[in-house]
Design a protein. Structure first.
Length: 251
């Protein structure tokens, strides 16, 4: 393995709205404060909004790269939060209906950024679209965000199942968001039993749990990162422990 291969991690979820974008941006900031060189890719090819959460207006986006209007390097924007961003495009049908070979080629290109970045976090669209599945399959790991909500858990199981059936890949690790430690352990046990029992696969490990945090939406609404404005809050402390795990992952 090339020593400069970056650690590409896709943040995915079966159900929407479980906290992927805010998790990704805050994790990127925490990793950067630990010395990581981090790129966030807004991989939501339908309704991208990482730039909106950060209140940035990037000059170029993933859509421009895929349409050959600029290079990957030219489309990347520095942010004031210690990491770089490759923005997506919202409501762009060309991206929403992206041909998979084009996306696969572009994911390969991401690997060439190993000289520049130690970690690349891809914020994928919720669900089991072919695009999200390919992003997961071509990453070193997929961090699967779920909440204790039964629908979120069922959809997380569906993502693990379809990723295995369509790509032969079982690389997910679970992050339980908006959960107490007890809820996280209970819900993870249910998911692990389903994966072992129905799919006969080694269950995805539970690698982190982030509590419900009252500061989270407060920060999001003011386009700030909770990790920056409330660094000592329980949610951010949980992100910091998980950051140590993310940094130790091998490409
Ligand atoms: N640990 C948490 N505690 C409290 N609120 C949270 C937490 N994590 C996320 N949220 C809130 O959940 C909402 C949805 O978050 P976010 O937009 O990051 O989800 P998403 O998974 O990216 O959604 P989508 O699937 O639409 O892309 C936001 O208002 C955010 O503030
Ligand atoms: Mg999102």
């Amino acid at each position: 393995m090339n020593v400069h291969t970056p650690n590409i991690i896709t943040v995915a979820s079966g159900k929407g709205g479980v906290g992927k974008t805010s998790f990704t941006l805050n994790m990127a900031h925490v990793l950067a404060t630990h010395g990581g060189k981090v790129l966030v890719v807004d991989g939501d090819t339908g309704l991208a909004n990482a730039d909106v959460q950060l209140n940035l207006t990037p000059k170029a986006s993933l859509a421009d790269v895929l349409a050959h209007r600029c290079t990957l390097a030219e489309a990347i924007t520095p942010t004031p939060h210690g990491f770089h961003l490759l923005a997506g495009s919202s409501g762009h049908m060309g991206l929403a209906t992206l041909a998979l070979p084009t996306l696969a080629g572009w994911m390969n290109e991401l690997h060439s950024l190993g000289e520049t970045y130690s970690t690349i976090l891809v914020d994928a669209a919720a669900g089991i679209s072919p695009t999200t599945l390919l992003m997961c399959a071509q990453s070193s790991r997929a961090l699967l965000l779920t909440t204790p909500d039964p629908a979120s858990l069922t959809d997380a199981y569906a993502l693990i199942k379809v990723l295995w059936q369509q790509h032969g890949v079982n690389n997910t690790q679970v992050v339980m968001n908006q959960a107490t430690a007890r809820e996280a352990a209970q819900v993870h046990t249910r998911l692990a039993k389903a994966v072992e029992g129905f799919l006969q696969l080694p269950p995805p490990p539970l690698v982190g749990q982030v509590p419900q945090c009252k500061y989270w939406s407060q920060a999001v609404r003011s386009h700030q990162l909770v990790a920056q404005v409330f660094p000592k809050s329980p949610g951010v402390e949980a992100l910091s422990s998980l950051a140590r795990h993310v940094m130790a992952l091998k490409p």
